[in-house]
Design a protein around this ligand. Structure first.
Ligand SMILES: [Zn+2]
Length: 397
């Protein structure tokens, strides 16, 4: 019911000002517009062919809303870019982008996933591929993300904390993005979003019981929505956001905390990982061709660490003492290491990564830590204020 109310809100009020919309005793946000509009989630970046299936009648429109095609029944659709526009089930639509919208309640299927909302398909600059963007009501997006991000056995208070973190994160993205077509992608680079299938009962309960609640920071009357990063397992403490991300203010909620509550995670400590030096170099060089000038890899060392002890930079030494320094975060992504909190041991042709701690980038809320706190009796607002110290929880609609 509450979600339906929001859907109406999207149509009638493209922007809802927070001042005065807060029904609780908590401080409102002043002079800051919350984009109460659907979230634009990029599902595909470069598709040569897009296959959609609708569960009922639908229309295809141009950007102005003019109907280009109307169907009175459910259909499977094949959409591809073509020279003069977009080829839609064999019909040429002379448009650079189209919108596919159901005319009754239902979902649209892409690959094996069903999605709420509607789809926008946009020809990329090259003209040879399509970007696929799902426009989905914000609260339904939040429910899906929460169900995608947390395992079902987590505590309800951890689910609630996750719902607030997911909502705050996407609103921060929507307020700060300058991308014309999308706000977030559907993978871990933003938040994992899998459509209808992950709107689990736990996720829906968490979304509904925290409806509209977000985390803000700032002096009274000038609060702003913060960027609520989160990660699976911090390994014994979170890190400042500015260690990894540029452009973020050095404010207390983003500073990281020494909270050690994620012992139940299977990656709280991780076992030794072994790579050959040749594998390390070839893997890194696939992403950064300049590294091929090292010839072969003689040694791999941690060049610098963060104050907490995570690797910050890795130095690679090659033939004739050629050296290259890479960021530890890029290094761990390339090799598939769980985190940058490790030691390195040189064993001839092999390198051991030992004393591994945590899983993920280590910023913001630790999900296993949130669950650990919930199991110790903490409420979701207490969990959030622990991981984002100094922030305030407010309801913005
Ligand atoms: Zn943790």
């Amino acid at each position: 019911m509450l979600t339906c109310k929001l859907v109406t809100c999207f149509c009638l009020a493209p922007f809802l000002f927070l001042t005065g919309c807060n029904g609780s005793a908590q401080p409102p946000l002043a002079n800051r517009a919350i984009p109460v509009r659907p979230v634009r989630v990029r599902l595909m970046e470069d598709a040569k062919l897009v296959e959609l299936t609708t569960t009922g009648p639908y229309i295809v429109t141009d950007e102005s809303g003019k109907v280009l095609w109307r169907s009175t029944s459910a259909e499977s659709l094949k959409v591809r870019p073509t020279g003069g526009g977009i080829l839609f089930n064999g019909r040429l639509l002379s448009e650079p982008s189209i919108q596919v919208k159901l005319t009754t309640f239902g979902t649209i299927k892409l690959a094996d996933r069903r999605y709420r909302g509607w789809f926008r398909l946009v020809k990329n600059r090259s003209g040879s591929s399509l970007m696929v963007v799902n426009h989905v009501p914000l609260e339904q997006y939040v429910a899906s993300v929460v169900g995608s991000e947390l395992p079902g056995y987590f505590h309800p208070e951890a689910f609630r904390a996750q719902a607030v973190a997911a909502r705050t994160y996407v609103l921060h993205r929507m307020l700060n993005t300058n991308r014309p077509d999308w706000d977030v992608s559907d993978g871990a680079a933003s938040q994992v979003y899998s459509g209808l299938s992950t709107e689990t009962s736990q996720a829906l309960k968490a979304q509904r019981s925290t409806l509209g609640e977000v985390l803000v920071y700032g002096p009274a009357g000038r609060e702003e929505i913060i960027c609520t990063f989160y990660c699976s397992t911090c390994g014994g403490g979170t890190r400042p956001v500015w260690e990894l991300k540029k452009g973020f203010k050095r404010i207390p909620p983003l500073a990281g905390v020494q909270v050690d509550q994620c012992q139940e995670s299977p990656r709280y400590r991780w076992k030794k990982r072994v790579f050959s030096k040749s594998k390390i170099l070839s893997t890194l060089a696939d992403r950064n061709a300049k590294l091929r000038r090292l010839g072969s890899l003689k040694s791999v060392r941690i060049h610098s660490r963060t104050p907490q002890g995570r690797a910050r930079e890795i130095v690679l030494v090659g033939q004739r003492s050629r050296r290259a320094t890479v960021s530890a975060e890029d290094f761990r992504y390339a090799l598939g290491l769980p985190s940058t909190w490790f030691d390195i041991e040189d064993h001839g042709s092999k390198v051991w990564f030992t004393k591994g701690r945590g899983w993920g980038h280590g910023m913001g809320m630790c999900q296993f830590g949130a669950n650990g706190m919930a199991r110790h009796g903490y409420r979701y607002d207490e969990i959030l204020s622990t991981y984002f110290p100094g922030s305030k929880l407010v309801r913005c609609y």
